[in-house]
Design a protein around this ligand. Structure first.
Ligand SMILES: C[S@@+](CC[C@H](N)C(=O)[O-])C[C@H]1O[C@@H](n2cnc3c(N)ncnc32)[C@H](O)[C@@H]1O
Length: 378
């Protein structure tokens, strides 16, 4: 027996440390008990901040910089606040309407100014690629999409589905590069779909070229008559709770020689993670899949290549969004958030500061983004 195997064998009896999925019943239950304590402390700190406790950003950053590496390296099981985070849910996506209300259908002026918007690059709510030398957010998003084009091997004439298309940023940019590509975008957010509909009427937008079709609806019920050469999904699988069913669906929409490209937030810890804070205030039912979760589901689609993108890229993206968010106070403070603006602002500042530090912790090696190139399994 190798030392590693012996250690893993021993570890299953020890609560808290290592892989929670392999624990004995007693060690598992003890770990789950400790998770409740962590959840309570996390919510107490977060809600004290939200409710007005004055804490300089540097102190908040220092707290995250100190705690997160310890959790990521030694106690990842404590970052799974609910049991559903560890296993597949019943539907592809759960609590989707609540997610739209809490997050994606928020006042679009707030989201758009935070995410940035230009003639070609519409708001894009996913990682920018900074490691190739981008000088600003727009460049980082362009370099990110160029990277997708290359890895997915997009060719002129492809019929492409964007599963969770946001504001249509990725389709708009790709349509501008390839005069014969056709795109279909799927999105449940009514407000984002309204933005896209507006662009579909705007002669300066590539979404008005007649080569873009919008489908407003839920991933759970999506049905298309066409089969696609390529399917891409960027920043959406943190809202997907059932990989098995989602890959079955994607495979049914893919041509025989087609390819799927998934880009997600991922963690290089033994188990998936989430947090009570983001579940309540930011992404209901959101989770961050372990880096190997997608390749391990190979029934309908198989992963033929995967990439880990260092968390530094998303840390810088979040830090830039925080600057944009702070700069836009005067224009966003009177919008309707369903709560007092001061509270909303603190909820979002806590999230943006936390995520910018999360992705930077452990030199970006534990919490980054994963990309997966997939084909039909057989
Ligand atoms: C983080 S954003 C990413 C958007 C876009 N791919 C990008 O990179 O900018 C996630 C997107 O998934 C959509 N989404 C989340 N859950 C969904 C569901 N159940 N059905 C359809 N769309 C969903 C959201 O409305 C949002 O547009």
């Amino acid at each position: 027996m190798s030392t590693n195997t012996a250690l893993q064998d021993f570890e299953k009896y020890i609560p808290l440390v290592g892989d929670v999925n392999t624990k004995t019943t007693l060690a598992y239950k003890t770990t789950r008990g400790a998770v409740q304590v962590v959840n309570t402390i996390q919510m107490a700190v977060a809600e004290a901040y939200i409710n007005g406790l004055e804490v300089p950003d540097s102190v908040l950053q220092g707290l995250f910089d100190t705690c997160m590496p310890i959790f990521f390296k030694y106690f990842p099981s404590l970052l799974a606040p609910y049991e559903w985070v560890l296993k597949e849910t019943e539907h592809i996506a759960e609590e989707s309407q609540e997610l739209m209300k809490v997050q994606y259908d928020l006042p679009q002026t707030m989201l758009n100014t935070m995410l940035g918007e230009s003639k070609l690059i519409y708001p894009k709510y996913s990682m920018g690629l900074w490691e190739k030398g981008a000088l600003n957010l727009e460049q980082s998003q362009i370099q990110m999409i160029d990277d997708v084009i290359e890895k997915l091997d997009i060719k002129d004439g492809d019929e492409i589905l964007d599963f969770g298309c946001g504001w249509g940023c990725v389709p708009n940019y790709i349509l501008s590069k390839f005069p014969n590509v056709r795109f279909t975008g799927l999105n449940l957010s009514h407000e984002q779909c309204e933005y896209i509909r507006h662009k579909m009427q705007d002669s300066e937008s590539y979404l008005s070229s007649g080569r873009f079709t919008l489908y407003e609806g839920n991933l759970n019920d999506a049905k298309f008559e066409t089969k696609f050469d390529k399917i891409l999904s960027i920043g959406v699988f943190c809202h997907v709770g059932n990989l098995t069913k989602s890959f079955e669906k994607l495979a049914s929409l893919l041509k025989d020689n087609g390819k799927v490209f998934i880009h997600i937030i991922t963690v290089r810890t033994p188990n998936n993670i989430s947090s009570v804070y983001t579940h309540k205030y930011i992404f209901p039912q959101g989770r961050y899949w372990n880096y190997d979760a997608i390749p391990s589901h190979d029934k309908d689609l198989k992963t033929i290549q995967k990439w880990y993108l260092n968390g530094f890229n998303y840390s810088k993206t979040f830090a830039t969004w925080l600057i944009n968010f702070d700069k836009s106070q005067a224009i966003v403070k009177d919008l309707n958030y369903g709560m007092e603006y001061a509270k909303f602002r603190r909820i979002w500042r806590f999230y943006l500061i936390w995520f910018s530090r999360n992705f930077a912790s452990c030199d970006g090696e534990y919490n980054g983004n994963g990309q997966y190139l997939m084909t039909h399994a057989s």
